[in-house]
Each structure stands twice: as C-alpha cells, then as structure tokens.
Design a protein around this ligand. Structure first.
Ligand SMILES: [Zn+2]
Length: 413
C-alpha cells in the first residue's frame, strides 16, 4: 500500500493533552512515520504515489479498544438454539459481528470467552476484517459458578470453544489455567462471583475462593500471560480478586469504598461494561435473570460512579455479544454519564486500554513509530461524545496503515 498523508486534522493523540488543530500525519509501512503542523512536512522523494486524505473538519484519534467482547456470541440467542446449532453457524455469524466492531472504530478487542485462536489468527492474517483480537477462550469457574451452565440434570447448555471450565481446588485451577494457555490464551478469565445470566449462581457470591484465584494469578504470571480478568459483581468477590492480584475487574458493579482504595493502590483496572448494565432486559429473559438484574442495577450506577470519581483506572469494555456488536462506542457516553470527562473516556478507550493489554509500546496513542491504528470523525468527541455511538460516526478508519474506510468525497464541510 502507498504511504498515506492525513492532512489538516484536529488531533487527539491520547497522551493527555488538549487536541491540536492543523496537524499532518504521515503513515508509511503500517506505522506513523511523522506528525507535524500542516504544510511543514518535507515529503521525501520517491513517495510520489502518496495517498492524501484531506481531514479538515475531522478529529483524528487512536483506534479504539473494546476490552470486553464475546465475538462469537449473539445477543438474545436462546439456550436451545445455542445447543442445537452447528459450531460453524456460531463461527460464521461472528464474521459480520467482527466487521461491525471494526467499522465502529474498534481496532483492537479482548475476547473474554468464546473465540479460540482461530479467530485471533484469522484476523491477524487478514482472512476476515475485524479488530486485532486478544483471547481468553473460556471462563474458569467453580462447580455451580458463573461458568457452570449445566442444567440440574447435568446436561451441558454450552459447548464449543467458549464453554466454561470447572475446577474446585487451587491445584485443579492450576491445571485448567494450563489448559487455557495450551489452547493459546492471551488472557485468563475467572468467575470471581456468580452472574446474572447463569441459572444457579449468585452475583454476590459463588465465585472462586481467594486461594483458588491466587493459584490462577501465579500460574498465569509464570507463563507470561498478559493478566487475569475477573468477572466480579458482588463486593466480597471483587475484594478477594483484587487481593489475589488480578489485572482487571470486569463489571465491578457493587464495588465497596475499601476495595476502590485497594484498586487505586494496586493499579487494578476497572472495566465497568456500562453498555450491559444499562441495556433493556430482553422480553424473553427468564424470571431469575430479571430478578437478579433488578437487585444489581438498583445500586450499580452509584457504585461505579463512586469508583470513577475516586480515580480508579478505567478501560473501555462493553460485553458486546450480550449487547449488540458495532454499538461499542456507546460506552464512551455512558462513562461520561457516570462521571468521567470526555477526554478521560477517550483515554479509557485508547491509552489505558493499550496499557492494560501490554500493547502500549505499539498502539493506544498517536506517536511517531507507533502502529498506524487510527480513526477520524466529524463528531466533536469532546463536545458531543454520545454521537460517537451512531453508525458511521467514523469517517476514516486505518488499521496497521491499511485504509478500511475513507471520508466520502461527496461530503462537504
Ligand atoms: Zn462478558
């Protein structure tokens, strides 16, 4: 692909400063080769085949992250369909879901159960369009916990690569951690509490014991895994997961003040998945789902706002798969509704998310030498962040230097 000059842009580099107007960004060989005030770049000879995109009126930002998706899951799919359809149906349905995620401006995503290494490797090889993917494969759970979706008679209600793995002692958790690593996990996901979508677990209890969580964290560390992500809703489970040394708390809806302080002290990252918290309950949801959700949602908004106000590190994640794929950036507006500034929300989706995933040397900010994952929009992200959730909010999407979508020539501004 020829080098690309994005000219005359307003730029949010995600390094923490104010936006800068009138910037030129030169992309060459998949990376950001130069950034300079418009007109001041001396383009080397031999770059005659340069593609130039006029970005006047656009704000350029780093490509965004969604740190909590389920690429192969479709919202509101019934349990019966889930167990009776072929695995290939799930996989093929993920193709447009992953494309929609990329078209929303998400150039990197962390799949927290469902996608196996074939998804990640096919995306990396460019077989299908979508975000770069980091995978956890499955959720590690205790018997009867959030990852144990068997019916009372023992019939497994989930199958395929994303089915939960069950263990019941620190030694057994070491073994299933090794299994996930053997299958290519970048992250390990655990059920530190029960959940709302599992039939017999409770959001306020029913997770791994602290010693079981420590066993997983230690084993993951020994293998150089990016970290352990803990699905955690109730206060006691969140506290135990933080003490055990997990890297991120997923949901964290009922976090208490003491654990908020502990998270700040240890640098534990919160991925509050407000997109899922605030969604309407499906009319086909089981009565136990409705009851569990009602109890949690009542208190969750206030608790998440308390964590954000205290300054817990936040990374953007939605639980797409439970909510629709492609609406990922709705989360930015929800983070602002719960107390972040628009710039802090953008950092949650860029620099902070890259750091959480150990990719901050490569992506997450706009700097010379970084991989050219970037997006540009006509929306003013600082003035109207909720509008980034609308379809086609991104006029330009560039992934590793490859132009995925470019501003329409007919749009004048
Ligand atoms: Zn999830």
């Amino acid at each position: 692909m020829p080098p690309l000059l994005i000219a005359n842009a307003r730029m949010i580099d995600a390094l923490g400063g104010e936006p800068r107007d009138g910037q030129d960004i030169l992309v060459d060989d998949g990376t950001i080769a130069a950034i300079a005030p418009t007109g001041s770049l001396t383009i080397a000879e031999g770059l005659s085949s340069l593609e130039r995109i006029d970005a006047r009126g656009l704000t350029v930002m780093p490509g965004l992250f969604d740190c909590h998706i389920h690429a192969s899951t479709t919202p509101d799919q019934g349990a019966l369909e889930g167990i009776t359809e072929a695995e290939s149906a799930k996989t093929l349905r993920a193709v447009p879901q992953l494309r929609a995620t990329l078209m929303a401006g998400v150039t990197t995503a962390r799949d927290l159960a469902g996608a196996d290494s074939g998804f990640r490797d096919s995306l990396e090889a460019g077989v299908i369009p979508g975000p770069r993917l980091l995978i956890a494969l499955r959720i590690l759970s205790i018997t009867g916990g959030h990852g144990d979706s068997r019916a009372v008679n023992g019939l497994a209600l989930d199958s395929g690569p994303g089915a939960g793995a069950i263990a019941d002692s620190p030694q057994e958790f070491v073994r299933i951690t090794r299994e996930a690593i053997r299958e290519g996990a970048d992250w390990i996901k655990i059920a530190a509490t029960g959940g709302m979508g599992s039939p017999r677990s409770h959001p306020e209890g029913g997770g791994l014991s602290e010693s079981e969580m420590r066993a997983v964290v230690d084993e993951a560390k020994r293998h150089g895994i990016a970290g352990v992500a803990a699905h955690a809703i109730g206060a006691a489970g969140i506290a135990a997961a933080v003490r055990a040394g997990v890297r991120s708390i997923e949901h964290g809806y009922l976090v208490d003040d003491e654990t908020i302080e502990a998270m700040i002290e240890r640098g534990t990252v919160l991925v509050p998945t407000l997109s899922t918290l605030t969604r309407a309950v499906s009319p086909t949801a089981a009565p136990w789902v409705v009851a569990k959700r009602r109890r949690t949602v009542e208190r969750a908004g206030e608790r998440i706002s308390a964590a954000l106000a205290a300054g817990v590190q936040v990374a953007l994640g939605t639980d797409a798969g439970i909510v629709p794929h492609g609406d990922n950036l709705r989360e930015l507006g929800l983070l602002v509704d719960h107390g972040l500034t628009p710039m802090q929300a953008i950092l949650a989706g860029t620099a902070n998310a890259a750091r959480l995933n150990g990719l901050d040397d490569e992506v997450g900010t706009l700097e010379v030498g970084k991989r050219a994952d970037l997006v540009a929009t006509r929306v003013d992200p600082l003035g109207d962040i909720h509008s980034l959730a609308t379809p086609h909010a991104m006029s330009l999407i560039v992934q590793a230097g490859d132009v995925i979508t470019r501003p329409s020539e007919t749009v004048t501004r």
